[in-house]
Ligand binder design. Structure first.
Ligand SMILES: Nc1ncnc2c1ncn2[C@@H]1O[C@H](COP(=O)(O)OP(=O)(O)OP(=O)(O)O)[C@@H](O)[C@H]1O
Ligand SMILES: [Mg+2]
Length: 223
């Protein structure tokens, strides 16, 4: 759902190789089989995005179902054949119709929080939007958690942001923090997730720990 399409590029799908994209899924009701693409990674598929998506915001103003397009697309019966465990919706870095579509479609919101000074201000705005989406369209929307990223243990600011986040958001903040790690920033240029690019790097270890924490939370919720 991010017109920048970084997730597509990071998984090796070049911009000129994206015939069908999220835009077609949302605006032209393209069938899932056309938009879902395999990747080099086993069991991981992607629906690519291109800059086209940035115009959807304006094109859809007069569409009555404009906030429910992704919700409806992901719940069509053809979806049952795929048996996904998880669908991750990468969101643009702003609160707009695309982000709202993601929140209406999703079960939960995973909030990355950069360990920088103004980051917490963005979270309070996001919390308001989540509350509005709950009231208007998706009453079951959960907050999956807040994950601190780009964390530097030697930096006082990182520790301060972590302390503020834990004081203000409590249990919502994951125990796992993602360190600033050069392997994470290199991985996309090799079109690989960091887990495959350098599986023993601190970044990969942290993301694996985060995944384990999320799965454990889900098991607790289901029990
Ligand atoms: N833990 C990390 N350590 C080092 N670099 C990182 C880390 N996480 C992300 N980066 C780098 O920071 C940049 C932005 O990361 P990313 O694309 O994940 O952020 P984003 O919030 O999705 O950005 P945008 O809002 O533009 O989509 C990328 O170049 C990425 O390689
Ligand atoms: Mg992004």
């Amino acid at each position: 759902m991010d017109p920048q399409g970084n997730a597509s590029t990071g998984l090796g799908i070049e911009a000129d190789d994206r015939d069908y994209t999220t835009y077609d899924l949302l605006v032209d009701d393209a069938p899932l089989s056309e938009v879902i693409r395999a990747t080099e990674i086993e069991d991981l598929c992607v629906i690519p995005a291109t800059v086209d998506l940035s115009s959807a915001d304006i094109e859809l103003v007069s569409n009555e179902k404009r906030s429910f397009l992704l919700h409806d697309a992901l719940r069509q019966t053809a979806m049952d054949e795929y048996e996904w465990d998880y669908i991750l919706i990468d969101c643009p870095p702003s609160l707009n119709l695309l982000t709202v579509n993601a929140m209406v479609a999703a079960h939960s919101v995973l909030i990355p929080l950069q360990s920088e000074f103004f980051a917490l201000e963005g979270v309070s705005q996001l919390m308001l939007t989540i509350r509005e989406v709950r009231q208007a369209a998706n009453s079951d929307l959960r907050i999956e958690g807040v994950v601190l990223t780009m964390y530097d243990r030697r930096n006082n600011l990182s520790q301060q942001v972590e302390q503020d986040a834990r004081d203000n958001l409590g249990e919502l903040v994951f125990r796992t923090v993602i360190p600033r790690n050069v392997r994470v920033s290199e991985a996309p240029s090799y079109a690989l997730p960091v887990l495959n690019y350098d599986t023993n790097s601190l970044g990969a270890r942290a993301y694996r720990a985060l995944a384990e924490e999320i799965v454990a939370n889900h098991q607790r919720l289901a029990a």
